[in-house]
Design a protein around this ligand. Structure first.
Ligand SMILES: C[S@@+](CC[C@H](N)C(=O)[O-])C[C@H]1O[C@@H](n2cnc3c(N)ncnc32)[C@H](O)[C@@H]1O
Length: 196
């Protein structure tokens, strides 16, 4: 689902970019290593900071990326124009990814799957478009955080069937994404999982 106004403000500012670059990406790189070439996909790319990180810090050759929100995609297009044909962007839904099976060497999820009502469908799609042996790098937000009264008052998320670290891990394994590394912060967590 789309972000409400408050969360959109929180996402579209330099502090969010710094956290993504200096904390989340660093942890995911430490857990899963770099790509050193290859083709990546980012689901729910927001304003495009993740794409920069996947190119600069993970070493992808090319990145495809999409977001449900056309306004976010426009922001990403403006931000990423300098990368030319190394980056391809579109408006789309992670539960129906317009790519062939076994396309990508890596898929990145910087905190978007908890926004999807049928989040297991998104995991099935991630599995489908990854090549065998390809990696999912994910950081995700857990039910404990989403249920906090302040978070409920300020932000909008799907109401039921959310997940914690163990539940997300089981769902990954259930679709055929084997967890090779994970880190549980309680309110949020990190995963690197390999398509078996
Ligand atoms: C919390 S923001 C994170 C944005 C960006 N990944 C970041 O780390 O700054 C979640 C993003 O997921 C997008 N989104 C929500 N549901 C989606 C879906 N089903 N498919 C693709 N993008 C989705 C939202 O529009 C929003 O840009």
């Amino acid at each position: 689902m789309l972000l409400n106004k408050v969360e959109k403000l929180l996402m579209n500012n330099p502090v969010r970019g710094a956290v993504q670059r200096h904390y989340e990406a660093r942890r995911l790189r430490h857990m899963g290593g770099i790509m050193a070439g290859g083709r990546a996909l980012e689901i729910g790319c927001g304003r495009g900071v993740g794409v920069e990180i996947i190119l600069d810090r993970f070493g992808a050759d090319t990145v495809d990326a999409f977001d449900l929100d056309a306004d976010m995609v426009r922001r990403a297009q403006a931000r990423l124009a300098r990368f030319g044909d190394r980056v391809s962007l579109w408006t789309g839904d992670a539960t129906a990814i317009p790519a062939d099976d076994d396309t990508y060497d890596a898929v990145f999820d910087f905190g978007i799957i908890h926004h999807i009502p049928d989040w297991r469908a998104a995991l099935r799609e991630v599995h489908r478009v990854l090549r065998p042996g390809g990696l999912l790098y994910a950081d995700e937000i857990y039910e404990k955080f989403l249920r906090h009264p302040l978070v409920r008052a300020l932000l909008a998320h799907p109401g039921d069937d959310r997940f914690d670290h163990a539940r997300f891990a089981r769902a990954l394994e259930g679709v055929g994404l084997h967890v090779v590394a994970s880190y549980d912060e309680g309110h949020f967590g990190f995963f690197v999982a390999r398509k078996v």
